[in-house]
Design a protein around this ligand. Structure first.
Ligand code: SF4
Ligand code: SF4
Length: 335
């Protein structure tokens, strides 16, 4: 499989990166052993990087994957920490729970605008310090919005075509050191918090021109674009500024199908038909108490309370599973 470097300091990785969110508690609910086996299987087919996060609860799966895989796997992880102590603790937790001494890339999780970037400045500076000490390879952020990607490009001197300043006069400070962005990017803009698909494509292209690595996510819009699979896949694989794509996978069939796709081979018809019949959706169990924590957590505005229960709007939901992580009663699953 083709490989590319994730920015100036990131690892060189296969273009298909294994997204572990889909194997965790909120989705497939694989045991660490089963998840580790799947990661080792993926590694045997050429996938040499995995994407995880503090919030995914998949560090035990990653640890098992590293132990079982016949060759090294690079790690990309993320944290919601906003201050120095939180960021240092998050990196320590990632190292301790995965067993990896060095994390290849560590990102601020889900940045929404230049304001959230400013609010996480202390955490980002702590990640930069760890990068200097060699504990981290590359640093950056993930986002479902165009604005932060424009900010990464502008911080490194590549402004939008109209010359506007996405930082609105604020000093980008440490974000001039951004190595990697992990943006939501797909042919239809499904799940974007601002702008349209063309805006994100242009922002990503500018960031890439500025030397920032790009690890795309949600190329199929969390499954929403499965009916337009060929178009969505062709867009993702031919988009020159996307160095690699994180794709969630839950079983060997999905791994085989995605490896074939990224290697330019036809996905075998029986596998394609089986996967095409799968329609994931968000399930809210009957014992939901209507506490509203999930509604507050969903950045997509896809949840609301109705008659004392959480209700999902499938047109807005990108099946990220983040709401499931905040439900203390385990009412939400992606099934
Ligand atoms: S967090 Fe859980 S219990 Fe609370 S509203 Fe959401 S689904 Fe219901
Ligand atoms: S409802 Fe849950 S799974 Fe859907 S977009 Fe919101 S946080 Fe993600």
């Amino acid at each position: 499989m083709e490989s590319r470097r994730l920015g100036r300091r990131g690892p060189r990785v296969s273009r298909l990166v294994f997204g572990t969110l889909a194997m965790g508690r909120a989705q497939a609910g694989l045991s660490p052993e089963a998840g580790g086996e799947l990661l080792a299987f993926a590694r045997s087919l050429g996938i040499d990087c995995l994407d995880t996060a503090d919030a995914y609860d998949t560090y035990p799966h990653v640890r098992e994957g590293l132990r079982r895989a016949a060759a090294p796997l690079a790690i990309v992880s993320k944290t919601y920490a906003w201050d120095r102590a939180g960021a240092l603790a998050a990196v320590e937790r990632a190292r301790r729970e995965t067993g990896a001494d060095r994390i290849d890339a560590f990102l601020l999780h889900e940045q929404e605008s230049f304001r959230t970037l400013l609010g996480h400045r202390d955490a980002f500076e702590a990640l930069l310090d760890l990068r200097e000490r060699g504990v981290l390879g590359a640093v950056g952020f993930s986002t479902h919005a165009v604005g932060p990607v424009s900010c990464a490009a502008a911080a490194l001197g590549v402004l939008p075509e109209d010359g506007s300043d996405p930082w609105e006069g604020e000093d980008p400070g440490p974000y001039r050191e951004t190595d990697l962005v992990h943006p939501l990017l797909n042919v239809a803009g499904v799940g974007l918090l601002d702008g349209g698909p063309g805006d994100m494509a242009r922002a990503v292209t500018r960031a890439h021109e500025a030397g920032v690595g790009v690890l795309g996510m949600k190329m199929l819009g969390g499954g929403t674009l499965l009916p337009r699979f060929d178009e969505a896949a062709a867009f993702a694989l031919s988009f020159p500024a996307a160095d690699a794509w994180a794709v969630g996978m839950q079983d060997e069939d999905e791994v085989r199908a995605n490896v074939a796709l990224f290697e330019g081979r036809a996905v075998p018809d029986p596998v394609r038909e089986r996967l095409g019949r799968r329609r994931r959706r968000l399930l809210v169990e009957s014992w939901c108490s209507g506490c509203g924590a999930c509604v507050a957590r969903c950045g997509q505005g896809a949840l609301r309370l109705e008659e004392g229960r959480a209700v999902v709007d499938p047109a807005r939901c990108v099946l990220c599973g983040y709401c499931a992580a905040v439900c203390r009663d385990f009412c939400i699953k992606v099934v």
